[in-house]
Design a protein around this ligand. Sequence first.
Ligand code: BES
Ligand code: ZN
Length: 460
Amino acid sequence: MSDLDRVLAAVDADLDASLERLFAFLRIPSISTDSAYASECRRAGQWLVDDLAGLGFTAKLNDTPGHPIVTGRSETGASRRVMFYGHYDVQPVDPLDLWQSAPFEPCIVENEEGVKRIVARGSADDKGQVMTFVEACRAFVKVTGKLPIDVTVMVEGEEESGSANIGPFIDAHKDELKADLALVCDTGMWDPQTPAIILSLRGLMHDEIVVRCADRDLHSGYYGGAAANPLHVLAKILAEVHGTDGAITIPGFYDGVIEPPDYMKASWADLDLTPENFLGPVGLAQPIGEQDRSLVEMISSRPTFEVNGMWGGYIGEGSKTVIPAIATAKISCRLVANQDPVHVRDAVRAFVRSRIPADCSVEFLGGEGSPAVAVAHDNPDLGKAAEALAAEWGRPPVTIGEGGSIPVVGAFKKALGQDTLLVGFSLDDDRIHSPNEKYDLTSFHKGIRSWVRILAALAG
Ligand code: BES
Ligand code: ZN
């Protein structure tokens, strides 16, 4: 039996124990956006530090102005080194009443087809994915006494809240973090049978818009018909953002947007992505993006504008005849290649300002962002990883752009000069960021086996 086969067999034999470890990690409610959970974030980071130390990594919890960053280094003396990145923080759990089991009490649920799923907040995004890599390392250490390639681990606790502190951390620790290649496990598969190597991620700009009209809440009997209503003002402006053709009407919004490279367009030809199979499972039928664009373009290579939340006035039980003084919306834009987050923010703000009535006012809170990233598609290591994935899944990975964002990935090239391999095992129906988040047991098990094969291939 080859070393590789023995390590894979050890993964299979250790699956139950590796699930127990993942469950312990999942039980820690490390919600990064809510300051009430700061100590839990720290606890999750420390849990990972201890686990890595047990595998022989020199591991530590690095303080930042926000949540701490986990780092670990192996020193096997191998000629190559990879840096693995993931995040231990998770999204908030609300609405809690829609969960069928407690979000931080992980369990295995079997669906009607006998598919076993790990259900918990963070199971797919991203603790389960992080542990696919850690368990692969564990199996190597157990069977061969060491890793086949040197590994630096960097797992942050603020990815879900914008990764504000990891850029400065990387700048300050370049020597410690430098590797031949970055590995990221925070993305999805193409479908349950087909792995994916992600070649681009969209960027993000998010902002909060606060519109104020009268200097107090008003009785709609006295003032209705005369006084401006900030909810109406805001709703009208937001409704004007999209034209009937689905395009965004904000002047300057599309500045810098480029068409995807030919190699990526070529890879779309084989993808079977239809409104039925993509939107059908979430109860929709009609793609609402730019009507002259294909569905795959809408979700990966075109920018978007979304209202993520909007509130104001009375939302309690019964009715209240009020004209509110204030209305607020949280908005975010997915960005694509060459769009500048600051330029987009300024374009959005100018569009809103120009539509605010003269006796009303608008204030913006936030406006942070990170640009889109494209990773090198011609790095030979990506070819090796593709072969390794093909060996595990019985078919080659698709190479696609992903619509989500992982803000730090741009810094791997810019600050450390290293290319990134983005491979993950999450599925479209994992409900990341939603109630009842799950990670298929197959994703976890074959994810570990995939990393074993990828590490062996990169070492060899
Ligand atoms: N794991 C996701 C990114 C992702 C989403 C990959 C969908 C593949 C498909 C990541 O944890 C995430 O949610 N990122 C945020 C970043 C934001 C808060 C700056 C996102 O994309 O909204
Ligand atoms: Zn994630």
